[in-house]
Ligand binder design. Structure first.
Ligand code: 5GP
Ligand code: MN
Length: 323
């Protein structure tokens, strides 16, 4: 069922124990939205429990309240309501799914155009460039107080998912939401330093490696970078180090799409793709391989080996670009 802000607020009002979670490999939109929503629920006196498959990873310890996010319990729990945020398909909740008892009412609040409407209540707004923006609009609509800690989480969500207010989808509502958050107490330079100028040296080493080994295809219209498990071991990088490396590939003049292939321990390959123009739909390409996302930023997990995934995906992407 399609939800409104009012129907979501009503579902929250009639529930007490409420779970909140987002997708595997969380980004700041996933975790920031989860934390802000859980903080709001707690301010209402709810028994709010926030989860992520990975808990709160060190990269996101700058988010105030990150310690609220726990790894999910192994056995199913009873919740009056469970809220999935920034999650386009149910199985992207990962191990969190196993913590939700069957029959639990599920609310799905998201901004992915590929969202599968898997909730009992679905609020999906693909015109929002971040789930954090939807939550700002939700809180403003319901008259909820946005504390400085909630504001920092929501600002981080919006800033990172829009590439610092640059990407397609960034519009006047986005700036209105950000402006409101600043009025609620966000320290923009301090938060920006934590988000963008505090990368571990490990990640710098990975970036250097990526720039040295990047490949160009399709008449230099596609740039790609591969990360085999062997290199992960050599550089001792952790998954969160990968985020944003792909943007350096896309930033090259003449490159219209960038792809990052990451070999995973379980034999799959995580593909991350970005496009520079709305006319090149990388979500369409990812969907061919069972993935999804947004038209200009999408991903998939594809059965390996790495070289075959690379070959097949680049071929499909070249077709999309040439058409
Ligand atoms: P990223 O490349 O940063 O991992 O993801 C870009 C976008 O694609 C995100 O919005 C993310 O939710 C989505 N995405 C990434 N991987 C997958 C996937 O395996 N399946 C689906 N459905 N979406 C994905
Ligand atoms: Mn998002």
């Amino acid at each position: 069922m399609s939800a409104t802000f009012d129907s979501i607020a009503a579902a929250v009002a009639s529930a007490h124990t409420i779970g909140v979670a987002s997708h595997i490999r969380p980004d700041a939109d996933a975790l920031g939205s989860t934390i802000a929503f859980a903080m709001w629920l707690r301010s209402l006196g709810k028994d709010a429990r926030a989860f992520n498959e990975e808990g709160s990873t060190p990269k996101f310890h700058y988010l105030p309240g990150h310690e609220l996010v726990a790894t999910p319990p192994a056995a199913p729990q009873k919740f009056d309501l469970f809220v999935a945020l920034d999650t386009s398909v149910k199985n992207r909740l990962g191990t969190v799914l196993g913590a939700i008892a069957p029959g639990t009412p599920l609310a799905n609040i998201d901004h992915h155009v590929s969202n599968e409407q898997f909730g009992d209540l679905n609020f999906v707004d693909p015109t929002a460039p971040a789930t954090g923006q939807i939550l700002v609009e939700f809180f403003r609509h319901t008259g909820a107080e946005i504390t400085p800690a909630m504001a920092a989480n929501l600002f981080a969500a919006i800033s990172t998912d829009t590439g610092s207010f640059q990407y397609a989808g960034t519009n006047e509502r986005t700036f209105a939401a950000a402006s409101h958050l600043i009025s609620c107490g966000v320290d923009v330079p301090g938060l920006s330093r934590a988000m963008y100028d505090s990368q571990p040296r490990r990640r710098f080493n990975l970036l250097r490696h990526a720039l040295n080994t990047a490949e160009f295809h399709c008449g230099d219209r596609i740039a790609s970078f591969s990360l085999p498990l062997e290199t992960v071991r050599e550089l001792q990088v952790v998954p969160e180090d990968n985020e944003g490396i792909i943007d350096h590939l896309r930033s090259v003049e003449g490159v219209e799409a960038a792809v990052f292939f990451e070999e995973l321990p379980e034999g799959k390959v995580r593909v991350s793709s970005r496009s520079k123009f709305p006319s090149i739909d990388v979500c369409k390409v990812c969907k061919i391989f069972g993935g999804g996302g947004h038209p200009m930023a999408a991903g998939a997990r594809i059965n390996g080996p790495l070289q075959k995934v690379k070959h097949d995906f680049l071929q499909a992407l070249a077709n999309e670009i040439r058409n």
